[in-house]
Design a protein. Structure first.
Lengths: 317, 302
């Protein structure tokens, strides 16, 4: 087991190298040089050169890359051009807020999907199945940032039931588990959960349907087991597939929360990334992308390992 | 808008591989027949056709000028005289902008998938057919792109490249190449294992001929079905980028951008502010249902 995990980790090294190359390239894809974005156009040349030297932009690209990689590997993501603060601190605090939102959205989406998908697979009447399939279809088709706006319109503009934006009440620092903060979380959580809900419901439904048609289910019925006892066996068999999709969805949700965070002004990584793009704060853009991609890779690795642990049929080849 | 795992997508497509390429004509005819008999697919097809045709023919439909602003007729509610779907924050006719908006929104959604289909499909078929080191090289490069959540990749790329329609197209194409490549690679690898490929090799056919005659006919179906399922994702993503201000620039009518600029109006005229999203939703749901219908129609032995 440990050996398998280690092997997967080693396999990730070349991928991680490629990721770092791509993230590094992001800054140099940008039109103009990274400095010209932050200094006034009439700045004297000496100032620009000095800044270039300070940020290391005066060296040839391969040198810049390896210097950047060496510094990044020590955990230093550079300094924000916009605020002058360390990128690691900025990304770190934003990442926490993103994770909080992601966890609540995942909990909502996955538990609902499990119930709906199972109900649809077991449904004796077509109505239930149709209803669940339609919900799943809406989930995968709705532009979630539009849904977010619609939620704000219904719950904050038309009726003053829930706050339209922010992490918590004004003047509050950081997230705490109390009622005002939870109120701020409700709308973003719903908006963020629709896509994973749609995808997961589809997955759960089709996986369970497939398993229900297998011979072992008939054998269990013949043995005299009741539906509830059989359900446990069915869920056990559905778990690996569902886990794999869940992991992917959770990762995509964290990476994809940018639009939702922007609508709700939720101070997470997406919001940070979005404001960095408009301030042309390339170190922040680079740092956020790198941290999120790294987290996504680790999440996929974890799912992979969990999957092989729970499913003895997968060979650890 | 999350990309689903290609392996799942493939599950339903595998039986189709048993169809011999020689029966292709009869097979496609039966697919068309099945599609025509599926009411949901037909309705979605008609709705999409209406959206596409009205978008293309917009200049000749006698609509109001979608660029003409009017400071005194801003944010008119739905059903106002002269503006039956209201007017936006600059007094432009909402109905005309929604119809015209389809031009860019559809273009920005469909083009990246088509480009990615050409590039990713070629790469995937090459990797699958040649196998060995070429496969390793191509697929490992794709793995790098897979290490990013798709939305993050799209936004970071277009954020770095800067706002603009061309950059959005480029970023979205890059996002969709890896999944299409992966699907193409895995179906091609399956087809390569069939006896008729060995027979063709034994009869002295060159690699290019084998791919053209024996492989392409068998892999194109599954790849196409997968690509159509990406269109709705692409439309939402493209609109999302414009919504963030990274895509199409004002004053062009585009659904995502319209949602963005109308956001300030949600306290004045909430229904109006939500309208562009209805268009995105409708288009995306139709593409999804069409793709499901296509998959079901092709998931059969001829």
């Amino acid at each position: 087991m440990l050996l398998y995990a280690l092997r997967r980790l080693i396999y990730l090294v070349p991928v991680a190298f490629g990721v770092s190359l791509l993230v590094f390239a992001l800054v140099h894809l940008a039109p103009g040089d990274p400095i010209s974005a932050i200094v006034p156009p009439d700045a004297p040349k000496e100032v620009i050169d000095k800044l270039k030297e300070y940020y290391g932009f005066d060296k040839p690209l391969p040198v810049q890359y390896f210097r950047w990689l060496a510094v990044t590997l020590t955990g230093d993501l550079g300094t924000s051009i916009g605020t002058g603060r360390s990128v690691a601190t900025e990304v770190g605090s934003a990442f926490g807020n993103t994770i909080i939102l992601a966890i609540s959205a995942c909990l909502l989406a996955f538990s609902l999907a499990l119930i709906l998908g199972t109900a649809a697979a077991y449904a004796k009447t077509r109505i239930v199945d149709r209803l669940v399939t339609s919900i799943a279809l809406v989930g995968v088709s709705v532009p979630h940032f539009w849904l977010a706006i619609v939620l704000v319109i219904i719950f904050s503009v038309e009726n003053r039931w829930l706050p339209p934006m922010g992490l918590g009440p004004e003047n509050a620092t950081g997230w705490r588990l109390d009622w005002p903060h939870i109120q701020h979380m409700i709308l973003p959580t719903i908006a963020l959960s629709v896509i994973p809900l749609g995808v997961m419901t589809r997955t759960v439904r089709s996986t369970i349907k497939e398993i229900l048609s297998m011979e072992f289910v008939t054998a269990l019925q013949a043995k005299g087991m009741n539906d509830r006892q059989i359900l446990i066996h069915v869920l056990k068999n559905a778990a690996p597939t569902c886990l794999a999709v869940m992991g992917l969805q959770a990762g995509n949700l964290i990476g994809g929360s940018i639009l939702i965070e922007t609508v709700f002004a939720w101070p997470g990584t997406g919001f940070l990334l979005n404001s960095a793009i408009f301030r042309r704060d390339l170190p922040i853009l680079q740092g956020t992308t790198l941290v999120l991609a790294f987290f996504f890779m680790m999440l996929n690795l974890a799912v992979d390992i969990i999957q092989t642990t729970v499913d003895p049929r997968i060979k650890r080849g | 808008m999350a990309l689903q795992t290609p392996t799942l997508e493939l599950a339903g497509v595998a039986p189709m591989l048993a169809t011999p390429a020689s029966a292709a004509r009869g097979y496609w005819q039966s697919v068309a027949r099945r599609l025509r008999r599926d009411p949901v697919t037909v309705v979605c097809g008609v709705v999409l056709l209406l959206i596409v045709i009205s978008a293309l023919a917009a200049p000749w439909l006698g609509l109001a000028d979608p660029y003409k602003t009017s400071m005194i007729r801003r944010l008119r509610p739905l059903g106002s005289p002269g503006f039956w779907l209201g007017s936006d924050e600059l007094g432009r006719d909402m109905f005309a902008r929604l119809i015209y908006g389809g031009r860019l929104s559809l273009f920005m959604g469909v083009t990246p998938v088509v480009c990615a289909l050409l590039i990713g499909g070629t790469l995937g078929i090459t990797a699958g057919f040649l196998g060995g080191r070429v496969n390793m090289l191509i697929m490992r490069i794709m793995d790098v792109f897979y290490a990013f959540p798709s939305v993050l990749l799209a936004i970071s790329l277009s954020g770095a490249l800067g706002a603009g329609a061309e950059n959005t197209l480029l970023a979205l194409t890059l996002v969709f190449i890896p999944p299409i490549c992966r699907v193409s690679e895995s179906v091609t690898t399956q087809v390569r294992g069939f006896d008729f490929v060995d027979a063709a090799k034994a009869s002295g056919a060159g690699a290019f001929t084998i791919v053209r005659v024996h492989v392409l006919g068998n892999v194109l179906g599954p790849i196409l079905v997968y690509a159509t399922s990406l269109i709705s994702v692409a439309i939402i993503l493209a609109a999302g980028l414009s919504f963030l201000g990274l895509g199409v620039k004002p004053p062009e009518p585009e659904w995502g951008l319209m949602l963005n600029t109308l956001r300030q109006a949600i306290y004045v005229n909430p229904v109006l502010a939500a309208l562009p999203g209805v268009m995105i939703f409708m288009t995306s749901i139709c593409f999804n249902l069409m793709s499901d219908g296509l998959r079901a129609a092709m998931d059969v032995k001829a």
